[in-house]
Write a protein that binds this ligand. Structure first.
Ligand SMILES: C[S@@+](CC[C@H](N)C(=O)[O-])C[C@H]1O[C@@H](n2cnc3c(N)ncnc32)[C@H](O)[C@@H]1O
Length: 401
């Protein structure tokens, strides 16, 4: 059971004593209790209250003393713990000090060793410096000699420049370098062009398989790339009549194409009797006489509507032409007169089919470009397409009319 707190005990005792005294006063006054006994009883109650107060006071002091004692014990324990911690820290510090001592000794040993090595290195360096010093002296001597040599050389160069024209030589070398550059670019272009033409020739040979030897292409003759364009047109449009201005190797290739695709007929105009004959010989050699013919048509003067005159194939050679599906303008040669090929369109367009192609070779030449421009200006129904070929080619077609 819990003991009541001392203050409560004291208050209860005082209250009980007070009540006892208060009860005894009326009892004694009424004569129910003897005043002496009442006085004794009151004194006893007060004595009891005082005793209770004393006991309560003792108990309070006792409680305080116990609490102080407990606190003292806790502080003692804490102190003991702190003492133990301090001892442990002291031991750790001792240990650390010992280790620091060891580390310090090691460091000193290392520093001493390093100092020793440095001293040896310094000795070696000073030896090398001595060697370097000698080398610098030798270098200085050599530099002096070289300077003298260069001065001699410069004097010799000046003498040479005046004596043999070194400047002249340098200029010629610069020119030569330019020529080499141009030559290299030309060689590269030629190699590329050769490959393109070879490729076209291989194509033509594979497709048409000529039965006898053929004269070379390019140069005076048409190039393989423009022949491939013409053969391609024959293969797709299958024209019944193919007209060529200027005979030669091209006549044979066109005849093979006409024979292979659709059975068209090739008519080649040739102003020079010798070349007319040699082309006829070729036609026979390739057994193409049923497919191709050469019409010898010497150059005569043709006058246009404006009165301008041109030497061109004798027009009688083209008067009986059936509807022409493909015209190859590769003659007369430019040497026969300015705008030698101009009459081709005014004279041949009336004989052409509505879907005919007129192919002008050598279109990279300024004269041929001018002819094409004149055709386009005078015949608005024509449209032109440039074809990338070794000598340039222009394809003209009717767009209307
Ligand atoms: C540009 S050539 C074209 C010949 C033909 N279209 C060809 O591709 O083989 C035009 C004219 O040159 C002439 N010709 C042909 N072969 C020749 C040659 N080897 N040397 C000089 N002129 C030639 C002919 O009169 C021919 O009509």
């Amino acid at each position: 059971m819990r003991t009541p707190p001392p203050r409560l005990l004291l208050a209860a005792s005082a209250a009980a004593a007070g009540l006892a005294v208060l009860a005894l006063v009326p009892l004694s006054a009424s004569g129910l209790v003897d005043p002496l006994q009442a006085t004794q009883l009151a004194l006893s109650a007060v004595t009891l209250a005082i005793a209770a107060a004393l006991i309560a006071n003792v108990r309070r002091t006792d409680g305080k003393a116990l609490r102080i004692d407990a606190r003292t014990k806790r502080q003692e324990a804490a102190l003991a713990q702190t003492g133990s911690d301090l001892r442990r820290i002291a031991t750790t510090l001792d240990d650390l000090a010992g280790r620091l001592d060891d580390a310090g000794r090691d460091r000193v040993r290392h520093v001493l060793a390093a100092l020793g090595e440095d001293r040896m290195e310094l000795t070696a360096q000073s030896g090398r410096l001595a060697g370097l010093d000698e080398a610098v002296t030798r270098l200085n001597d050599a530099t002096r000699e070289t300077t003298t040599g260069l001065a001699d050389l410069r004097r010799a160069h000046d003498r040479l420049a005046t004596a043999t024209g070194v400047q002249d030589l340098a200029d010629r070398l610069t020119d030569l370098a330019g020529t080499v550059r141009d030559t290299r670019s030309a060689v590269t272009g030629t190699a590329r062009q050769t490959y393109t033409q070879l490729e076209a020739l291989v194509d033509l040979r594979a497709l048409l398989q000529p039965r006898a030897p053929l004269p070379p292409l390019r140069g005076w003759a048409a190039s393989p790339d423009v022949l491939r364009l013409l053969v391609g047109r024959i293969a797709t449009a299958r024209p019944k009549t193919i007209l060529e201005c200027g005979s030669g190797a091209s006549t044979i290739w066109l005849a093979y194409a006409a024979q292979r695709f659709g059975g068209g007929h090739v008519i080649a105009l040739e102003h020079d009797e010798r070349f007319a004959q040699s082309t006829r010989d070729l036609i026979l050699a390739h057994n193409l006489q049923d497919v191709a013919e050469v019409r010898h048509a010497p150059l005569t003067t043709w006058t246009d509507r404006g009165g301008e005159t041109f030497p061109w194939y004798d027009v009688r050679a083209v008067q009986d032409l059936p509807e022409v599906g493909l015209v190859f303008v590769d003659g007369p040669p430019g040497a026969t007169g300015p705008e030698a090929r101009y009459p081709a369109v005014p004279l041949l367009l009336p004989h052409c089919a509505s879907d005919a192609w007129i192919v002008l070779d050598d279109a990279d030449r300024p004269a041929e470009r001018e002819i094409a421009e004149r055709w386009l200006a005078e015949y608005p129904e024509l449209a032109a397409t440039s074809h990338k070929a070794e000598k340039g080619a222009i394809i003209l077609r009717r767009t209307h009319g």
